[in-house]
Design a protein around this ligand. Sequence first.
Ligand code: PMP
Length: 418
Amino acid sequence: ETDKMKSFEELESTVRSYSRGWPTVFAKAKGYKIWDTDDNEYIDFFAGAGVLNYGHNDDSMQEKMIDYIRNNGILHSLDMGSTSRKEFLERFKEVILEPRNLDYKVMFPGPTGTNSVESALKIARKVTGRDTVISFTNAFHGMTIGSLSVTANSFKRHGAGIPLHHAVSMPFDNYMEDQDSIAYLERFLEDGGSGVALPAAIILETVQGEGGINAARMDWLKKVEELCKRWDILLIIDDVQAGCGRTGTFFSFEPAGIDPDIVCLSKSIGGAGLPMALTLIKPEFDQWGPGEHNGTFRGNNLAFIGAIEALDYWKTDDFSHAIKEKGSSLHKGIQAIIDKYPELKATHRGRGLMQGIAVAKPELTDVICSEAFQRGLIIETSGPQDEVIKFLPPLIIDEKGLQQGLSILDESIKAALN
Ligand code: PMP
């Protein structure tokens, strides 16, 4: 670690629990690039774990946010209406919901993805009058006690099942080779003797981000929806990481043709990287009483300004097509690298611009990420053993940036294997 880093760490709480894969201090960023205080340039294939889908400091978001502040726009208004909130809600309906024939009430549950998940669990329990929630192996839904109880590996994070002891984990798609996880889930729901009470909700990520870029198949998602309908269970899609275009469509579940009851959005919904979250609720389930879910920072007006600009990307299908094209180019590049290094015993995962390489020896991924950092590429690992290198480049990246990142990855793997 550099001296610069050491002096910085002396100031920071020793309880900081993030990994320290990037021992430098970053100073500025634009688009898909980020620079440290020594002006070293890095390509950002991490993008705040899905926060920076539109890249760092998008020109028009930056301009609109600066104008807003300069014109004394409201920065904090608690529950009072504001022009930025009103405009965001109107534009979100017009650009995202209506063209997709989706009918949701929009709630601002608090600034983070975790806040959105908490509100979704609470509303599902309230409207169904049931307690149990089913989640899946390798799921990640947040860091509070409630969201941790539907998160896999929560014992590692000191939150295992404290309030929601009726949380049950079922095998995600492809978790068990040659076994039908839908039949398993169905059997548990049917069987009063299984110990699983009829759940209020099933919560899932269509592509598990922290859990290792596990992409559910579309027909699997459809079958989960069918089971939910059959038993009147609410389907909650946690689109915090896979949403906002990450997988090629605004909502990750669009290609499956499903119609979730509740959708959690955060990370890139604010566009410019400011904290913002939404919980989308089918109108008939919007049954909150006054004060049942409030909070001081439920709606960040400056984040709304970035969020409004971000919606412009979705006015036509061009952005979606571009993401899919870049996704295939990244997939091709990753596959070529996998083929070039058979000793990695690696496999490709993911869809859109949410992809990963799973390697047979988990201890290699950290070495590869650190070699990549030294060569100017920011990548992160995920999965229960950190066995997956994940790629989440900003969606606005160009072909040149993708190829540059891939060639650094290639050199880093070569170095790590030596
Ligand atoms: N759900 C998913 C799918 C996530 O990936 C994350 C964050 N990695 C969260 C919820 C929690 O979001 P936050 O960190 O903003 O609380």
